[in-house]
Design a protein. Structure first.
Lengths: 235, 402
């Protein structure tokens, strides 16, 4: 990093949901620092707050308290439009259920973040072609999501998440809807991207998958119970 | 997001759900078509009446016996039962008015006429040579009544085209004699076919000198005095002078009604214009209904596309971008509906014109512009709320659902 500090720096992050009379602390005082290029898995039982943590990291959710510094800049105080800009340029999302737009072809789905960022069509086309080739989807460019297999869909989703060349890739149960072999293939793809320098943060409740990460964070009741520690990353 | 991409995405989203798009477009189209067709009808009626009045002749001032409070035409003004009637002398006096270019006295009545064995009832008009120019009639054959002393008419007659064929068939009518009661008239001219003019069919008219018509109907009264003013600006002066002259001649009593074509025309124009406006207003309600439909469908669409909206936010789309996308989609749907309705409306107006050729049912430009504008504005206005809702959607919740 240019400033030498951690890429992600969470301090005292609280996220509280109110369900009727009861108050749920989805995140209770999270302190977490992640360096650029780390490969980190977040594990824990359902309702432990790991997805909420991912949403906060991805600026989809705002904490009720605490500060979040991304690349040295306090992003919790940014306006909604500014946060959208940060998501556009610095963060890529991979979802369990792929979240492809059904009426768009694979190529159009991949081009979506570039289109939202205002990149002209002429510049988008070569980048989409390259992404399609890189992810082995060249012959699937004109296919719609319902004409693709689960593995292909997730590859389109990953291509879409990385086409803006983000610094950080957030994956929420990326293999949850895939069979073992396809899941393995997708994980290898994500690990390959990590080897290219991207910070990879993956939420999973699959122990074997979580263990592959170089740094493992275990959550319970909105708090980090175990952390295998910083600096174990290869990158 | 680039403007081109915004439009392409919005159009793509609209095309992604063809049934929804079709129904919305149809609703908007029906609204616009209703405005176009109804205003075409209203304005067509206005133009029809205008045309019929203009056919009476321009710069026309009509003097009728009797005083009507409203100054308009009513059935009573057709019956000459007022104490002091109009006479040929009156007409002669009016002709001396400086603003009057031409004056023609008119006597009217129905009479039976015969040629050989053929009998026919027809409307006989007694008037003078000036009548032809005042009423802008055209002759198909021969000439009109000669210029002569109004009190001593020659026994000549000018007949309408229909009357000519009824009485003479294929024979040449000029120079032939027609018997009306005790008298015989020589046919000297035939009017060109002109169709009907406000109920008076000139094709079935027989025109004779005013003095002979008065003898024929045993009256010294006139049905009308037609005055042609010296140009449009002189119409008011002609009206004033004619009224003044007749008032003086009738012992200071204003017992005639003087109407100008302009006044009648203006009244009808205003009346039918208002009618068209009212009809357009009623039709515009359907546009508002279509607008509410746009809002409803767009709201449903926002709910259906929650995941997509959440995804766009996750991929870096700002609330403003998403609001814009939904607004543009609503605008595009409205535009498509408006254009479809415009075509539909013109097709409807065409059908009306085909069925009723005399009715010039063309929608006025202002109505078409207003309908298209209203459709777009309604579509966008009613699109604002769904668009705002889409923009305000929490991406975490939107993405959590499948």
């Amino acid at each position: 990093m240019a400033n030498g500090g951690p890429q992600v720096d969470l301090a005292g992050i609280e996220r509280v949901f109110r369900l009727g009379d009861s108050v749920v602390h989805a995140l209770a005082g999270i302190d977490l620092a992640i360096d650029a290029g780390e490969y980190l898995s977040v594990m824990g039982p359902s309702g432990s707050g790991k997805s909420t943590l991912l949403n906060v990291l991805g600026l989809l959710d705002s904490p009720n308290a605490g500060t979040y510094r991304l690349e040295g800049r306090d992003v919790t105080t940014l306006s909604a439009a500014e946060q959208a800009g940060v998501r556009s340029r610095r963060i890529g999302f991979v979802f369990q259920s792929f979240h492809l737009v059904p009426r768009l072809t694979a190529a159009e789905n991949i081009a979506l973040p570039m289109m939202l960022a205002g990149i002209p069509a002429a510049e988008r086309a070569p980048r989409v072609d390259k992404a399609l080739a890189d992810f082995g989807l060249a012959d699937r460019a004109r296919h719609r999501p319902d004409e693709l297999s689960g593995g292909q869909r997730q590859r389109v989703a990953i291509a879409r998440a990385t086409v803006m060349q983000p610094a950080m890739l957030l994956a929420d149960e990326p293999t949850g809807n895939l069979d073992r072999a396809t899941g393995e293939e997708v994980i290898r793809l994500l690990e390959h991207l990590h080897e290219g320098g991207v910070t990879l943060i993956m939420v999973t409740h699959d122990q074997a998958l979580g263990d592959r990460a170089h740094r493992r964070v275990y959550m319970e009741d909105g708090a980090i119970k175990r952390d295998s520690g910083r600096g174990t990353g290869r990158g | 997001m680039r403007t081109r991409d915004v439009f392409a995405s919005a159009a793509g989203a609209a095309a992604g759900n063809p049934l929804r798009t079709l129904l919305l477009t149809l609703a908007m189209a029906i609204g616009v078509a209703a405005v176009v067709v109804l205003t075409a009808l209203g304005d067509g009626a206005r133009r029809y009446v205008m045309r019929e009045f203009t056919a009476l002749g321009s710069n026309l001032v009509i003097v009728l016996p009797g005083r009507t409070a409203t100054g308009g035409i009513n059935p009573a003004s057709a019956i000459t039962t007022t104490p002091r009637d109009l006479t040929v002398e009156d007409a002669r006096a009016v002709a001396r008015a400086p603003a009057a270019l031409r004056v023609a006295p008119v006597v009217a009545g129905t009479s039976e006429m015969s040629v050989g064995g053929r009998l026919r009832d027809t409307l006989v008009l007694g008037t003078t040579a000036e009548f032809l120019d005042i009423r802008r009639f055209k002759l198909a054959q021969g000439r009109f009544l000669p210029v002569e002393d109004w009190d001593r008419g020659s026994p000549v007659m000018v007949i309408g085209a229909r009357l000519r064929s009824d009485l003479f068939g294929a024979e040449p009518p000029l120079g032939q004699f027609v018997r009306v009661g005790e008298r015989r008239f020589r046919v000297i001219g035939v009017l060109a076919t002109s169709g009907s003019g406000l109920g008076m069919n000139t094709d079935e008219l027989a025109i004779v000198p005013v003095a002979l018509a008065q003898q024929m109907f045993n009256t010294s009264n006139l049905f009308r005095i037609l005055v042609e003013a010296r140009g449009r600006p002189a119409i008011e002066a002609a009206k004033r002078q004619a009224t003044a002259i007749l008032k003086e001649r009738h012992g200071g009593e204003e017992d005639v009604t003087v109407i100008t074509q302009d006044a009648v025309l203006a009244t009808f124009d205003r009346l039918l214009g208002t009618l068209t406006l009212g009809v357009a207003g009623i039709a515009a309600i359907s546009l508002a209904v279509a607008g509410i439909l746009v809002m409803n469908v767009m709201l449903v669409s926002v709910t259906q596309r929650r995941a997509e909206i959440g995804l766009m936010k996750a991929l870096g789309g700002s609330g403003g971008t998403i609001r814009l996308l939904f607004l543009v989609e609503a605008a595009l749907l409205s535009l498509a509906g408006a254009l479809g309705g415009y075509a539909l409306g013109h097709a409807g107006a065409w059908v009306i014109r085909t069925l009723y050729p005399t009715l010039p049912a063309y929608p006025p430009d202002w109505a078409v512009l207003a309908a298209l504008g209203t459709a777009l504005v309604t579509g966008v206005l009613f699109g604002v709320m769904p668009a705002r809702r889409a923009a305000a959607l929490d991406p975490v919740l939107a993405l959590a659902r499948r």
